[in-house]
Each structure stands twice: as C-alpha cells, then as structure tokens.
Design a protein around this ligand. Structure first.
Ligand code: ADP
Ligand code: ZN
Ligand code: ZN
Length: 742
C-alpha cells in the first residue's frame, strides 16, 4: 500500500462506452495519485473529444504508446473502491473477448444505469425521526394549537424504533411539523441507509412436501457437489417438481450464508414465482428485471454486492450482478431464447453463468422440461450431470396428446368442429380450456378481393397485422403502425378481407359460441398495463369454467390447476421454417404448452390441430417424448455439421442500399481467405429471411468450424477489419457468436 502511494502508476487505461475495441490512456494528476489507490473497476471522469465522459479503469500502466504530452489527465475519480468487483470485471473481460465486443460497452452493460450516469455507488439514505427524552413524555394536549404537530408527535411516539421518511409520506404527515418539533427539541432526525427488499411476508412459512424418489436423488446429487464447480442439467417433464428441488437446495445453501442467483426468462418472472419462493424461504430476496425503475435496480445491485440479498431472482442481465458470496446459479427454463441478447452485446446468459460459476468454484443448475440441444449434448458427453425427473409430482398425471387432422375440415375461425365439441365437454365438467396460438392481433394479413393488394409494411418485407380493437395495422417487426383501412389504396374497392387468425380474432369468435363462459386473452396487447397480468390470473383462479386464449406468454411458468384441455391451434407453425432451429423451437413450445394441462389432480388432454399429422416431429412428440425427438434431431445435426456439433459465428451487416451489405460481406470473406485454418467453412453471404427490416437491407455471413480456437482467431481478424471498414463505408455490422437466429 505504502509503496503504491510513493510510486503511483503514471497512466491508466480507460474503457469508454464507445463502439471501439480499445481503451484510452490518461494521466493521473498527483493530487489524486497520492490520496487514492487506483484499481481496475473504478469509475473516472475523463475528457473525450469535446466532452467529458464517464469511463472505467481497465488497467494501470507504467508506459503508454503515446507521448506524455499527448495524454490528457483524468478529470475526476468517482469511486473509492471498484464499482465492479474483481469477479464481475474479469467476467466482462472474458465476455468482451469471447463475443468480440468492445470492452467499454461490455463493462458499461454490467453497471446499473444510474452508475453509468455517474451516480454514487452507495446506498441512498433517508431521514428517520425519533422522539427525544422530552418528546416521549410530552402530553399531546400541550400542543393543541398545532394539530399537525400533534399528529406528527403522536406517530413518532408510537413508532419507538423510529419513523422513516417512507412511513411519514404513507401516513400523510407534514415534514414541516416535524421540523417545528425538532426546534422544540421534542424530536430529532437521523440519516439512515435505505434498504428495500422485495416484500417478504412475515407469516408462517409453508411446510415442504415429501420429495419423491427422483426429486430426492436429484437434490442429493446437487447438494453433494455444492462446494465446487459442477454443472447439473435437471431435465424434468412439466410439473415434475423442478421448482421444489430448487427450493430444497436453496434452503440448505442459504443456511451456510451463501447467496443464490436464480435466473428466469424475461416473461417467466411472474408474481406467482416470487410468492412461491417467499412462502417457503425465510430470507431476503431481491428481484432484478426490466419492470423496475433505475433506482430500484441500483438498490438491488447494492444489496447484492454487500451480501444482504441471499436470493436474487432476475432475468438475463442479472448475470452481471456482483455477488459477494455466490453459492450457486440456477437457470430455470434454460432453453429459453430470452437468455440470449439479440442486439448490441449479444451474450448468452447461460453460457456466462457457467463461466462465472467456474471462476468462483460454485455449481450451476440448469433446469428445463425441454432442454436446449446444446445442454443435452453436454449432458450426453457427461460434461453436465444429467438428472432426470420423468414422473409428475404429487398426484398429477401427464396429459394425453391427440392429433386433430385439419385436412378437408370446415373450420370456424381456425378451430375444427371436433375441437369445439371437446371444449364444450371440458367446460361442462366445470374445467378450463387453454387455446394456444402464437400470433397476436386479429389477423396476420389484410387483402383486397378485387385486385389482390396486401397491406405490407413500408419499411420491412412483411405483411402488417390487423388489430381490430385498436383499429390499426401494425408491423410486428419494426413497430410501424397506421390506421386500419377499409378501402383498397390500389383499386378503391371496399371488399377487403383478412386471411389467417390471431388471438384477438379467436377471442372474438369464441364469445358468441360460449356465452356464459369468461374468455380471457393473454398476449402482449392484453397485458400492457402493469397490473393486467395479475388481474387476469386472479380471474382465472376465481372461476371454475373459463377459456384462456394466448400466445407463448401462457406457455411459460404459469400454474393453472383447473386447466384440463389444451388446444394447440396451429401445431404446424415453425415445422417448415428456413431456420434449422425452427423444429427444436416448435417442439419446445408444443411440449411446454401441453404441460399446462392437468397439472393438479384432474387428468389433462391436449389437442394438436395439424395438416401434417404424419410429420415425423408431430408423430414423435405425440407418441413418444421430447427426449426422443431431441435425440433424433441431434443425429441430423451431426450429419449436417450444424451446432451444437459445429461452432458458428455470424457476421451481420445492414445497409440502406440493397446490395451494399452483401458486397461488404463478400469483401470481408475475400480478406479472410488467406487466414483460414483447416476446418473453417463459410456459408454466404446470404440475405436474412426477412431481407428488409426497418428500412435496412440485411445480409449475413456464417463462419463454421468444429473447433472454437481457429474460429475465434479468424473472428479477431474480422473484427478489426469490420470496425475500420464499417466506418468508412457507413455500414452497420454485428458479430454474433453462437447465434440463435439465422
Ligand atoms: P415444475 O417446476 O417441474 O413444473 P413444480 O415444482 O412447479 O414443477 O411442481 C408442480 C406441482 O407439484 C406444484 O404444485 C408443487 O407444489 C407440487 N409438488 C412438487 N413436488 C411435490 C411432491 N414431492 N409432493 C407433492 N407435490 C409436489
Ligand atoms: Zn384492390
Ligand atoms: Zn416494419
């Protein structure tokens, strides 16, 4: 320590949130150098171009490639200790290398928004009021003339442990009255750290059920390996009691004072999930998700860093939470695509979780009813322990799956007569039906009967979706919308008609057929308001009979005990996708939705409406299982040299002009040719499936290799070229490592 004070490092390398794969050198003024011990991870304010920017110290350096005169001094040091702890910092450095993304952008991504803006990395404080000796003895009558002071003093007297500013506002008390009382020496004030957790209910915790054999074996295995790096894949069918396994494991680990990070998909973070954790765990739980304010996120982040928060439940970005004493990372629904960021810094939270856990020697638990092919492959190769739960917990049974052949059938808004009959029978038993259609809005297409005109987006190569309730045409790819038209803009005919169905149409069609049944729609349109989802789930639990119509939002996480019939309206969607992952996703979605049927004591049934009842995938899912489906498809992936057997990196380019993006990638491929080691293969450049999106033409170049090493060496060369050339040619590019979208 003493030594560093005497010989301060003359330079710091600062990472700034700019799209450049480099750091910037600054000098440390003497006044700062002698008083502070600078470390990587601290925030600084530095001159950059004509403005002042906030940056993060990436490293300290004795020398610089620039002359001393060229290097500017930093303007201010913002932290006494690193805002990013060592472990998060090295995770970011690893991620920047692996994803070929600028270090500054990665480090800033890891910081809460308020810290990016320069806010202090301390808990905020709030005022607390206390009664003085005299104040506790004062008779309220003595203050009769000042009723607001009476009110205030009364409250302070009643709260012997102090009255926080929050409670002052909650009770509608006047802080001015408090100040008058302070002048009379009846009360005094103190600033205290503001600590806010998720609501923890103090009531009696629920008694856990007795584990079944499979659950017990899984739990024992996980706990046996709880003090070291170890990855387990908890591959358990829907309703097999995976969450119960989490709760057991967490309960054990928090008693050893460890912190547990539980990751959930963006949409799976339901109040139901939180409640279940709170009902069982007697500990401090914090949340981290996109519905929170920046301040709430910073509070959660600080609680986590200090070690106060024992269980952290969060979505993708919580992988960067600084955790003081990480005991385990659990990733629920590990197959979910929302763990991969699809723009900017395109990281995969599951893969980073494994890296993070490895660096602190902690275990990882991946859980899903439909594991990703990547994880299944790792389990087969025994890189992950494969823990299977193949029976439903408690008294619930797996639902039966039946195919409904749509060929030649007359359909009522996409539903066959057979399906409608089954729905009636289910409702007559006072049970609930779930109708799944992964398309929101009224209809995906609006067409003219006279001339064939189709309402297409002005900015993308897609049709606009009709939203009848909102009276809008909406592009689901770029968010462009306009008023619904009733006359053809080409031939002025008024004979416009819709093709296909969305959830809004199905809801409208079911109302007259099932007059006395509540029909509830769950999709992104119906749940926009913050409390909407809670209200809908409440209604579902209030009624015996009900029909739920929804998109993939209903496929995830929810537990509706009275749903016994699930209708998959369009099982064929995704079956013939141009994306090689289309089939994997369809199978996951169908399996997850089917899993909503019969989760309690009543048996469930699933109807798959299809035009291809004999298709291999449909047949396999109905007659056999997701596991067998996956095993067959993995064989195909080997034969076709596709991930997870090959590693893939996609370079994406966008230009306003039709051919520029493609030409740009052709040039890149040319440039890379001499550097290609054995095993490297290119596909493309080719156009994206939807070529034009938001006015930009999109092209891709895919690079594959059976080894990661040579692929990453080549991509490093590519990234330098891309950064340079994109600036001169004004082309936007992205490097997508282990892409999920093609
Ligand atoms: P999953 O997470 O695999 O979908 P859950 O953990 O949500 O499954 O369990 C499904 C239902 O079964 C829940 O209502 C849960 O309370 C119950 N359950 C789980 N394990 C048991 C058990 N061992 N005995 C009885 N009920 C159980
Ligand atoms: Zn027309
Ligand atoms: Zn569009």
């Amino acid at each position: 320590m003493q030594e560093t004070l005497l010989t301060p490092q003359p330079y710091i390398k600062v990472a700034l949130p700019v799209p450049m794969r480099r750091t910037f050198d600054y000098k440390v003024p003497k006044a700062i150098a002698v008083r502070h011990h600078l470390k990587p991870g601290m925030r600084v304010k530095v001159p950059f171009g004509k403005s002042q920017r906030i940056g993060i110290i990436e490293a300290l350096a004795e020398e610089s490639q620039w002359s001393d005169a060229q290097i500017k001094p930093l303007s201010a040091l913002l932290d006494d200790s690193p805002a990013l702890n060592e472990e998060t910092f090295s995770l970011c450095e690893w991620a920047a290398r692996y994803y070929h993304h600028p270090i500054g952008e990665v480090l800033f991504h890891a910081l809460p928004v308020l810290l990016r803006k320069g806010e202090s990395a301390d808990f905020r404080t709030e005022t607390w009021w206390f009664a003085t000796e005299a104040g506790s003895q004062t008779q309220l009558d003595d203050l009769k003339r000042a009723p607001r002071q009476v009110e205030f003093l009364k409250a302070v007297q009643q709260h012997q442990n102090g009255l926080s500013q929050q409670v002052v506002s909650l009770l509608g008390l006047a802080p001015a009255a408090g100040k008058s009382l302070e002048e009379k020496h009846l009360v005094y004030r103190e600033q205290r750290q503001f600590l806010k957790m998720a609501e923890t209910h103090a009531h009696q915790k629920q008694v856990p059920p007795v584990l079944n054999d499979e659950q017990r074996i899984a739990t024992d295995h996980i706990l046996e390996h709880a003090n070291q790096f170890h990855v387990s894949l908890l591959d358990g069918i829907t309703g097999s009691g995976k969450t119960e396994v989490f709760l057991r494991v967490i309960d054990k680990l928090i008693k050893q004072d460890k912190q547990i990070l539980v990751m959930v998909p963006e949409i799976g973070l339901t109040p139901q999930t939180l409640k279940r954790f709170e009902n069982r765990l007697d500990t401090d739980i914090v949340l981290m998700h996109s519905n929170m304010t920046d301040r709430e996120r910073l509070d959660a982040w600080l609680l986590c860093r200090q070690g106060h928060a024992k269980v952290i439940i969060g979505t993708r970005s919580s992988i960067f939470m600084p955790i003081k004493n990480l005991g385990m990372i659990i990733i629920d629904e590990e197959h979910d695509a929302s763990y991969k960021q699809q723009d900017g810094f395109r990281y995969h939270a599951r893969d980073l979780a494994i890296k993070k856990a490895q660096s602190v020697n902690a275990p990882v638990l991946l859980a899903s009813a439909t594991p990703s092919f990547e994880s299944l492959n790792n389990a087969r190769q025994t890189k992950f322990a494969w823990l299977k739960l193949r029976t439903r917990a408690g008294s619930a049974q797996m639902p039966t799956i039946e195919r409904v052949d749509l060929r030649g059938q007359s359909l009522i808004h996409g539903l066959s007569e057979y399906t409608l009959e089954k729905m009636k029978q289910c409702l007559a038993r006072k049970e609930q039906v779930l109708v799944f259609l992964n398309r929101r809005g009224y209809a995906p297409t609006l067409m003219c009967h006279q001339c064939g005109w189709i309402a297409a987006c002005d900015h993308c190569d897609v049709n606009m979706t009709v939203h009848r309730k909102a009276n809008k045409l909406h592009c689901h790819h770029c968010d462009h919308h306009k008023a619904l038209v009733f006359e053809c803009p080409e031939c002025h005919s008024r004979e416009l008609f819709t093709v296909g169905e969305g959830t809004e149409q199905v809801e409208a069609a079911l109302i007259p057929i099932f007059k006395d049944t509540p029909i509830l729609r769950i999709d992104r349109d119906s749940t926009q308001r913050k409390s909407a989802m809670t209200q809908i789930t409440q209604k579902i639990h209030e009624h015996d009979q009900a029909i739920l119509v929804g998109t993939q939002m209903i496929a995830k996480g929810h537990h509706f005990p009275n749903v016994t019939l699930v209708v998959v309206m369009d099982a064929d969607a995704g079956l013939f996708s141009a994306d090689f992952r289309g089939m994997e996703r369809t199978a996951q979605l169908i399996t997850q939705v089917s899993g909503r049927a019969g989760r309690a004591s009543k048996p469930g049934q699933v109807l798959l409406q299809t035009y291809h009842p004999d298709h291999d995938a449909i047949e396999c899912l109905c007659e056999r299982s997701y596991e067998e489906f996956a095993s067959e498809n993995l064989q195909e992936r080997i034969a076709l040299a596709l991930p997870p057997f090959y590693h893939q990196i996609i370079i994406r380019a966008e230009s306003a002009n039709e051919w520029e993006a493609t030409q740009f990638l052709k040039n890149l491929r040319e440039m890379l040719m001499p550097y290609c080691e054995a095993g490297i293969g290119f596909v493309g450049p080719y156009s994206a499936i939807i070529v034009r999106k938001a006015g930009q033409h999109r092209a891709l170049l895919s690079i594959k290799s059976p080894q990661r090493g040579n692929l990453h060496r080549l991509t490093s060369i590519a990234s330098q070229w891309l950064e340079q050339e994109s600036r001169t040619q004004k082309i936007r590019f992205a490097i997508d490592v282990d892409p999920l979208e093609t």
